[in-house]
Design a protein around this ligand. Structure first.
Ligand code: SAJ
Length: 429
């Protein structure tokens, strides 16, 4: 099977880099997105997301006419669907979020109009187990004239596979090429065709499995990280009550040859680890007990951090009865969802900073070296540089382990260190 034209549906954090890399291998790629301004930006050789190296790939691919974007689908040999799978917001705190497959449905119904015998359709979006089969159902509903693998196996006209991305934001281009790729075909011939497609640029191994296992593998990877971070976060809450330094404790426990505990923090952010476990929990609310509890533990960590800030404020006021809360300056160090990036989306640090601004009558200084302007919902805070905040603040709340903070520590005032880089007891320091 040869691929002369590839169509990528959804030009976001995964779709656009994937489209650009295929185009860099001199294959004609059409990127499709419902957003006209994204389409225009890409056709001008520019990008709408922050990701190292992506701008150069897109600029070259567009200039050499291998990459083009459009709001409508066209015929192609392979279709890759990389659209969002958001959650329907829950009504109550206790509700389990339910995934919304409407973008996958829209994408599959629209490509069905241009499908022809021999085409390959790949789903990359993170999805509940069984979604590839549901997608295959939508395609066959639209195109009764074609046969699909759920009924015709290896002999189907259309081949379908689930092939999840596993790339780390900030290292997307490198990891798309270097990581192993799971190939979950709905039949053996679907897997073989999908492997052939990814072998165009993947330098890791293309590992063949079935669609359901590939779907669950993606969810498992992120749920496993979430559960492990929850364990570290739970330890940090317990250790705080025992007067044990959790960072030293973890470093010591990790000296055991078969123990590898992750690091506690102010909560879990980003668009994947804090979201994907819900795909499993929503399908198995009774049996996915550990995965669900881990989500609650990580989601509650920001609240615990805020309580900590309040108790530090109370202690200062007890020790210095002549000052009032408005006199106290609080500095928050880091707003991004993890270290050394500028991505503030779904960030526990941002959430905590916002709550502190809302609750604290005094000045709040926000130190985030990776941004030049505060997001609108933090406009009541003040973006500050490290030196100013470290000299002025009475309470220093470290939220993100950016390199700048690893190398600099305030020398006076109260420190609340949610990342373990300003404490003193870590045996590795
Ligand atoms: N975090 C901790 N403690 C740790 C490690 C991370 O609190 O020991 C926090 C981070 O600060 C951050 C959150 O977890 O708030 C998530 O960060 P991350 O670096 O663990 O993961 P992401 O969301 O940037 O990317 C993950 C990756 N998945 C895994 O490592 C299993 C990536 O490979 C996936 O492709 C990506 O999700 C995705 O798109 O699903």
């Amino acid at each position: 099977m040869t691929f002369k034209t590839i169509s990528v549906i959804g030009l976001g954090y995964i779709g656009l880099p994937t489209a650009a890399i295929f185009a860099s291998r001199k294959i004609k790629v059409l990127g499709v997105d419902i957003n006209q301004s994204i389409v225009d930006t890409i056709n001008n050789g520019k990008i709408h997301i922050v990701e190292p190296e992506l701008d150069i790939f897109v600029k070259n691919a567009v200039k050499e006419k291998y990459l083009r974007a459009s709001t409508s689908v066209e015929s192609a040999d392979a279709f890759l669907i990389a659209v969002p799978t958001p959650f329907i917001p829950s009504q109550k705190d206790t509700d389990i979020p339910q995934p919304d497959l409407k973008y996958i449905e829209m994408a599959s119904r629209s490509i069905s109009q241009v499908l022809k015998k021999g085409d390959l359709v790949i789903l990359e979006s993170t999805s509940p187990v069984g979604t590839s089969e549901i997608m295959a159902g939508w395609l066959s509903e639209e195109r009764p004239d074609l046969s699909f693998p759920q009924t015709h196996g290896n002999n189907a006209d259309i081949k379908i596979a689930y092939c999840p991305e596993r790339v780390l934001p900030g290292k997307v281009i490198y990891e798309l090429i270097a990581n192993d790729r799971l190939i979950g075909g709905m039949s053996k011939s679907c897997s073989n065709a999908a492997a052939k497609l990814y072998e165009i640029f993947v330098e890791g191994s293309c590992i063949i499995t079935n669609a359901r296992t590939a779907e669950m593998a993606k969810l498992t990877e992120n749920a496993s990280r979430d559960v492990n971070i929850a364990f570290a976060n739970e330890l940090s809450i317990l250790c705080d009550q025992m007067d044990v330094d959790v960072w030293e404790l973890i470093a010591l426990a990790n000296r055991h040859p078969r123990v590898n505990i992750l690091q506690p923090g102010p909560g879990v952010g980003g668009h994947c680890i804090a979201v994907d476990p819900w795909f499993i929990v929503s399908q198995f609310p009774k049996d996915a007990r550990l995965i669900k509890e881990a989500r609650y533990i990580n989601d509650n960590k920001p609240k615990w951090v805020l309580n900590k800030v309040n108790s530090v404020i109370e202690n200062i006021l007890v020790k210095k009865p002549l000052i009032s809360p408005d006199d106290l300056i609080i500095a928050c160090y880091g707003l991004a969802f993890k270290s050394n990036i500028d991505d503030l989306r779904e960030s526990p640090a941002l959430l905590i900073a916002k709550k502190i601004i809302d609750m604290h009558p005094g000045e709040v200084l926000l130190v985030e070296p990776h941004i030049t302007k505060l997001p609108i919902n933090l406009s009541e805070g003040r973006l500050s540089d490290f030196d100013h905040a470290s000299k002025k603040a009475d309470i220093h709340l470290l939220l993100v382990d950016h390199d700048l903070f690893k190398n600099n520590k305030p020398s006076s005032g109260e420190i609340i260190d949610t990342r373990g880089i300003w404490h003193s007891g870590n045996i590795d320091k």
